[in-house]
Ligand binder design. Structure first.
Ligand code: 4AD
Ligand code: MG
Length: 433
């Protein structure tokens, strides 16, 4: 049975009607014409092999009657009914219509998420999904406008890479040409550090990949990241850039996508607050706040969704948490000179439970320290020789961050799950359509 016919009746073409006298069949075609006579409709269907007249009674099949009456000439249509010989009908047979299927599989009624995700290529036609994609486009436009306005140059990073940037557990390995191994990029950061040493202030914006086994509403395996990087910049410069960027994105969406936000019934009062300055607290203060609220997080713990939601619920705009323990952060993070056990990094947590939208900070710029960190993290030094070169030749302090586009857009749109804000989401069990 064909995937677009959900009926048990056998599907035939109009030219085969004569072989199915008195049987129930399904025809797929177009409505050629329709005549109404009292409580009867006489539609004429065509399917490329012929034409056939139908009869449909309002009294006996009210749903089919209404569905047929709602169609315009040349609408595509799938009908089920009984074939019977009728001398007066063109072709000698007619179909007594009992059921009309709208061939478009997505109705206005509620569908399950899996049903919709399997039909994502059609689901995006709904007003809600279209509104989300317009807001996504506005977020990208505004983000680039802001970065360009701050004097940052867009430089692109490769997608095939020789090594991990964000830990080896979420790498997608690719069979590259002639048995060479490559990985899909987890972040453009290492490359944008190189272009920063060439151009000063740069950013990259592109897809990034992580084999995330987590099934949360915040994780995709393919997501887009905007990553600024600046030479001679430090942690506080990046926190200021991050709050400026996020404010500009949110305010631009409010200004230019008002109608779409209305379609989504988004409470925009909560977004209107998103203006600098954003609150900033240290990791150690964050632990104290969590403990005060009965959460048992202790020094050295990484924060999960629960902790992030609890912390951000204290504020009406994004929160920046800085100086996490170096031990739970990436190998490239510069230690705090006052407290070498802490990293000069920060996360930005969105309000309303949307979690971390930015991660970044200052990078190790000292050659010996970087070699030590690579070894501590069991990373292959050969693959990082080019990255070490950036510390061999004219190394300077520098900093940057990564803004997750989908997390940011999910928060602006107020969607339940991040998968709605990318045209074709890729998650743990989904690479279709
Ligand atoms: O905090 P992350 O892992 O930082 C980096 O990748 C740095 N190298 C960026 C940099 O400094 N240039 O990721 C940055 C952001 C997160 O804050 C989050 O918004 C998003 O990327 N992100 C994801 N979004 C969707 N699905 C996932 N699986 C994500 N993982 C990270
Ligand atoms: Mg992070």
């Amino acid at each position: 049975m064909s995937a677009i016919t959900r009926d048990a009746a056998s599907v035939i073409t109009i030219e085969q009607a004569g072989q199915h006298d008195a049987q129930q069949v399904t025809l797929r075609g177009w409505l050629y014409n329709v005549r109404e006579s009292g409580k009867l409709l006489f539609p004429i269907f065509r399917d490329g092999t012929g034409i056939i007249q139908g009869v449909c009674s309002q009294k006996e099949h009210p749903q089919a009657f209404e569905a047929l009456r709602g169609l315009t000439q040349e609408s595509s249509v799938i009908v089920t009914g009984i074939i019977r010989a009728e001398k007066r009908a063109p072709g000698g047979y007619e179909i007594g219509v009992t059921k009309v299927d709208d061939p478009y599989p997505i109705q206005l009624k509620e569908h399950g998420v899996d049903f919709l995700l399997d039909r994502r290529h059609l689901w995006i036609r709904s007003p809600r999904q279209a509104a989300i994609l317009r807001i996504r486009a506005e977020a990208i436009r505004a983000a680039r406008e802001y970065m360009d306005g701050q004097g940052y140059t867009l430089t692109d990073a490769p997608v095939f890479t020789p090594a991990a940037c964000e830990g080896t557990t979420t790498l997608f390995e690719v069979n590259y040409i002639d048995d060479q191994k490559a990985y899909l990029t987890q972040s453009g950061q290492l490359y944008v550090e190189a272009t920063a040493m060439a151009l000063g202030k740069v950013y990259t914006f592109g897809p990034t990949f992580r084999a995330e086994k987590s099934k949360t509403r915040r994780h995709l395996t393919e997501f887009w990241m905007l990553e600024p990087e600046a030479a001679y910049a430090d942690l506080s410069d990046m926190m200021a850039l991050g709050e400026g960027l996020v404010s500009h994105i949110v305010q631009s969406a409010l200004k230019n996508r008002q109608r779409e936000l209305e379609t989504l019934k988004r409470d925009t009062a909560k977004l209107a607050n998103v203006m600098p300055p954003f609150p900033r607290i240290s990791y150690e203060e964050a632990i104290r706040i969590l403990n005060k609220h009965g959460n048992s997080a202790k020094m050295g713990d990484d924060f999960g969704g629960d902790e992030e939601t609890l912390l951000s619920s204290e504020y009406d705009r994004p929160l920046m948490v800085h100086r996490y323990p170096a031990a739970i952060k990436a190998f490239y993070m510069q230690p705090d000179p006052q407290r070498p056990d802490l990293a000069l990094g920060f996360d930005m947590l969105a309000p309303e439970g949307y979690g971390e939208i930015i991660g970044g900070g200052q990078r190790v710029h000292d050659y010996d320290l970087l070699v030590k960190r690579l070894r501590e993290n069991n990373l292959p030094e050969e693959a990082f020789q080019w990255y070490l070169d950036l510390r061999r030749y004219g190394s300077v302090p520098h900093a940057g961050f990564g803004l997750g586009l989908e997390r940011t857009v999910a928060w602006i749109c107020g969607t339940e799950h991040i998968r709605e804000v990318i045209p074709f989401p890729r998650t743990i069990y989904r690479v279709y359509p």
